[in-house]
Write a protein that binds this ligand. Structure first.
Ligand SMILES: [Zn+2]
Length: 76
């Protein structure tokens, strides 16, 4: 799985959580999905070089160490 796919998966999970909470009033399920997406993001979306969490600034280069981020590369 590439970094981009991991990122989209976490955003999709969070979007589903928000959808459940606000449109379907399924608060518990919504919060659970939102939290799952968030935790997934924090644990999976990292700079390949310095390992900082890069979701806040998802650009072409890491904001912390300046390394080029290969969003489509497969590391594992
Ligand atoms: Zn970095």
């Amino acid at each position: 799985m590439t970094l981009r796919q991991k990122r989209y998966l976490s955003l999709a999970l969070m979007a589903c959580g928000i959808f459940l909470m606000f449109l379907l009033r399924k608060d518990i399920a919504g919060i659970a999905l939102l939290a799952a997406g968030f935790v997934w993001n924090i644990t999976m979306v990292h700079c390949p070089k310095c390992n900082e969490w890069i979701e806040q600034h998802p650009g072409e280069f890491c904001r912390y160490c300046g390394a080029k981020i290969d969003w489509d590369g497969k590391k594992e």
